[in-house]
Design a protein around this ligand. Structure first.
Ligand code: ATP
Length: 452
């Protein structure tokens, strides 16, 4: 298993070949930085979201869920600072006509000479940096003249802040408590690329944790640890994760502390998730702009204050990409090369494949189909009887299916099947009647990436 063989090209190619991710609008030539998710992509993405919601909401008493609108009142984005300040500094090169983020020049490639950075050759002719707002604008209303300009949300967080009062009253929770949301966000990214790492539309999993101000530092450290633990729990190797606290000059004006959880992507160390102490900035801004006081009032003591907010914010698509990259492996088994996604079983799109050893054997097919019908009521499983068994295993390895259940000659004699482990390739014989319990037990067991 050893060295990292993964490249972004291999992930893009596997994603297309096996139907995880397709370039969007492909028959029209594609639209830059937009992707569509196929069957396994949807299942994997759903599992990422389910594991996040489990850790953030289901397994805790102090966090509730919310699903706010993508299009909010336009004044939300004025108050939040996005209309005035949610922009990237861009420079254009008059020679190669390429556009770069001014703050990324040290990692970008010159359009003419890719071994150089923009501005490094005599030919480069860069403009001054100009600010470019990242929010997509659209109009609400039937008539062009009477419509209202609105924005597609560039983050889910503001929908949480503007609902603070609703939730705090109804959820009957006192700080520290949190509100979690999963949903689409949109950013008119100017220098996108790198597959689904940075796209125009993406899903975010954000949680705003409202705390008494004196406890903010403590909760910030708590959430950094919790979030690192989540990535590790689902198999991301420690050697490929690191924490990067922002320098003082990099912090947003409202934040007293921010850290990025970075992953060693094939493009280098890059942000996977951000955790920020946002202070009371957001609630104060919306209180002032809306005229509705957003604060915590203790019904018993009458004590009132504006809570501070700790925010862990993670992209679903970026997290899915991380899991795929981290899980990707190639190895030679019995002189045959195989590609395998060593995904955590709880993330794997398909948990088990039910395979008759000989696809043309009516008795094996009948038994396999009956087992498949039983298991599909409980797990995401697949039945496959097409082609040689080796090829069927390899297909399942590539989509990361952790267990293969094979019905063979012996099954017809003694009602046992083999369970094949994707990673160790070990085979165990178990009674066919115990298959459901076995898969359940395997899925519930502790798991570590065999690549670590
Ligand atoms: P970056 O520096 O990569 O642009 P950011 O610091 O602007 O990211 P945040 O606003 O903190 O990102 O968003 C939280 C998370 O949302 C990011 O850590 C990332 O996982 C995800 N994310 C942000 N922008 C995109 C995008 N354009 N495409 C995919 N995921 C994104």
């Amino acid at each position: 298993m050893g060295a990292d063989v993964v490249t972004m090209e291999k992930i893009v190619s596997l994603s297309k070949r096996r139907g995880f991710v397709f370039p969007s609008s492909e028959i029209y030539g594609g639209l830059g930085s937009s992707y569509d998710y196929g069957h396994y992509g949807v299942l994997l993405k759903d599992n990422v979201k389910a594991r996040w919601l489990e850790a953030m909401v289901r397994e805790r008493d102090d966090i509730v869920a919310l699903d706010s609108s993508i299009i909010l009142h336009p004044r939300v984005w004025e108050a939040s600072g996005h209309v005035g300040g949610f922009s990237d500094p861009l420079v254009d090169c008059r020679t190669c006509k390429r556009r770069f983020r001014a703050d990324h020049l040290d990692v970008e490639q010159c359009g003419r000479r890719p071994s150089k950075r923009p501005g490094e050759t005599d030919e480069c002719d860069l403009t001054d940096a100009r600010q470019f707002n990242l929010m997509f604008e659209t109009r609400v209303g039937a008539l062009e003249e009477s419509g209202v300009d609105v924005y597609l949300r560039p983050e889910t967080a503001q929908g949480i802040f503007v609902n603070f009062k609703n939730v705090a009253q109804i959820a009957r929770r006192r700080p520290p408590f949190g509100i979690a949301q999963v949903g689409k966000s949109f950013r008119n990214e100017i220098t996108p690329g790198n597959f689904i790492f940075r796209t125009l539309e993406f899903e975010q999993m954000e949680m705003e944790y409202f705390v008494p101000p004196p406890e903010a530092d403590e909760w910030y450290r708590y959430w950094v640890d919790e979030r690192l633990g989540w990535h590790r729990r689902y198999g991301v190797r420690d050697s490929h994760l690191r924490l990067r606290p922002h320098d003082a000059d990099e912090l947003s004006h409202y934040s007293s502390a921010t850290s990025d959880i970075e992953y060693l992507f094939p493009i280098g160390w890059s942000e996977l998730e951000g955790i920020a102490n946002r202070g009371d900035f957001d609630l104060r801004q919306h209180s002032e702009a809306s005229g509705t006081t957003l604060e915590w009032v203790d019904a018993g003591t009458g004590e009132r204050y504006v809570p501070y907010v700790i925010e862990p914010a993670l992209g679903v698509n970026r997290s899915m990409l991380t899991f795929m990259i981290d899980a990707y492996d190639e190895e030679v088994v019995g002189e045959r090369e195989r590609t395998v996604l060593r995904l955590h079983p709880q993330l794997a799109p398909v948990k088990a494949a039910v395979l008759p050893l000989i696809g043309k054997d009516a008795a094996m097919v009948e038994k396999a189909r009956a087992l498949y019908e039983e298991l599909r009521r409980h797990f995401s499983v697949e039945y496959d009887d097409g082609g040689a068994i080796g090829r069927r295993y390899r297909r399942q390895d590539e989509i990361g299916t952790p267990y293969g259940l094979t019905i063979d000659e012996q099954t017809l004699e003694d009602e046992t099947i083999t369970v094949r482990d994707r990673d160790s390739l070990a085979q165990e014989r178990i009674p066919i009647g115990g298959a459901r319990a076995k898969v359940g037990e395997l899925l519930g067991a502790d798991w570590r990436s065999p690549k670590s």
